[in-house]
Design a binder for this molecule. Structure first.
Ligand code: PMP
Length: 398
């Protein structure tokens, strides 16, 4: 039966990772893969995570099933981290949360719930957006459309075009917004723009869907949740997909959460029953380990403090690398302006160079990035930043 299948092209980022791994050049730099790396180029296990795991090992007594919603304690703390522990939607029983296998699991489950409730709704995503958004939503049966978001030439958000396009959305459509640290462009809405979007969504009866995979890596935990909280305070309904992959460094443990805010407590009960049903018929229940780590940390004030400090160090390092890349390129006398890099947030920015220049960086300098010129800032460190800055400068000058 499998003769009907046709081979699909390899994922460009995975292909790039293999190419970089096989490159013998000792100066090689991987700016492709979207994982955090420390100054030594290593993706470490956070100290708070290690301590939590040790604590869990000595206290865990059972591996019994945890149910479709996952851990209640985890869901409580993630809602607290995202919305604030005393958020009205929690007190008013309008919020339903479920622990999911990573942010991807949350996106897929939410998309299936939307398809069940509003199959003719269009899911509007930013142009550009994370490469896995459209495939995930399409696989769940949703129709997607794009709104303009990033201006590659001006290096800023195309806010007027974004608004103009969203004016064309029909009542009940869903608008996917990156909560912070936009992947791939690093350009986030400012506070005024969030308010303008909130007004538009409310007026046109559109439903916000926030994907937040980098809380704490942009400006800080609360600052990065600004837009999400503003929408949760002002709109009757909302969907959130969150990930603990980056801010807890739990990538392979597949830890995330889906949250749905409904207009009333009664509506929320119906939403909850459908959400659990979608999960049950999908992967049945989420894996426990990563969520146990997160709840162990967030339920213990000293572990929470330790984690917040480590996360802050990550955030500071990323922002420092952004500033230094821009400064170092300018210091080479390069005429091209890269001062937009420190103004952007999180793990990614587009360098804004051509695909030919991307290939030149790869072939002549062993610096790896995807053809769009998206770079993973955490691939930079004090040992390679001068080399990367000089290579970029000489490639754009040539
Ligand atoms: N959304 C965005 C924007 C992402 O960048 C990612 C991770 N790269 C995710 C969701 C999902 O992350 P995960 O499934 O690994 O938790």
């Amino acid at each position: 039966m499998f003769e009907a299948l046709r081979a699909l092209p390899a994922d460009p980022i995975l292909k790039l990772m293999v190419q970089c791994r096989n490159d013998p050049n000792p100066l090689k730099v991987d700016l492709g893969v979207g994982v955090y790396k420390n100054e030594q180029g290593h993706t470490p296990i956070m100290a708070a995570v290690r301590e939590a795991e040790q604590k869990m090992l000595s206290s865990q007594t059972s591996k019994v099933y945890i149910g479709p919603a996952g851990s209640e304690l985890f869901n409580h703390h993630i809602a607290g981290l995202l919305l604030g522990y005393d958020h009205p939607t929690i007190k008013d029983n309008r919020l339903v949360s479920a622990q999911t296998p990573g942010g991807c699991g949350a996106l897929r489950v939410a998309a299936e719930l939307i398809n069940r409730s509003a199959p003719s709704a269009t899911m509007w995503v930013s142009d550009p957006t994370w490469a896995n958004h459209v495939p995930t939503f399409s696989a769940a049966g949703l129709t997607t459309a794009t709104y303009p978001y990033y201006d590659n030439a001006a290096k800023e958000i195309r806010f007027d075009s974004m608004l103009a396009t969203l004016e064309e959305a029909k009542e009940g459509d869903i608008v996917l917004l990156h909560g912070c640290c936009h992947n791939p462009c690093g350009a986030d809405l400012n506070q005024q723009q969030w308010q303008t979007i909130a007004d538009l969504l409310l007026r046109k009866n559109l439903i916000p869907f926030i994907d937040i995979a980098y809380q704490g890596l942009g400006d800080g935990l609360d600052e990065d949740a600004y837009g999400l909280r503003l929408l949760a305070n002002q709109l009757p309904e909302m969907i959130i997909a969150s990930s603990c992959s980056k801010n807890f460094g739990l990538y392979r443990e597949r830890t995330g959460a889906v949250m749905v805010i409904s207009a009333s407590a009664d509506a929320s009960k119906v939403t909850a029953s459908n959400l659990m049903n979608v999960i049950r018929s999908n992967y049945s229940m989420p894996p426990a380990h990563g969520a146990s780590i997160v709840e162990t940390i967030l339920d213990d004030s000293s572990l929470t403090q330790m984690w917040k400090q480590e996360l802050n160090d990550v955030c500071v390092r990323i922002n420092d690398m952004r500033a230094r890349l821009s400064q170092q390129i300018a210091a080479t006398g390069c005429q091209t302006d890269f001062s937009f890099i420190p103004k952007q947030k999180g793990m990614f920015s587009f360098l804004g160079v051509t695909p030919e220049q991307v290939h030149q960086l790869r072939d002549d300098y062993s610096i790896y990035m995807v053809d769009s010129s998206r770079i993973s800032i955490a691939g930079l460190n004090p040992h390679n930043i001068d080399y990367v800055a000089e290579a970029i400068s000489s490639v754009v000058k040539a």
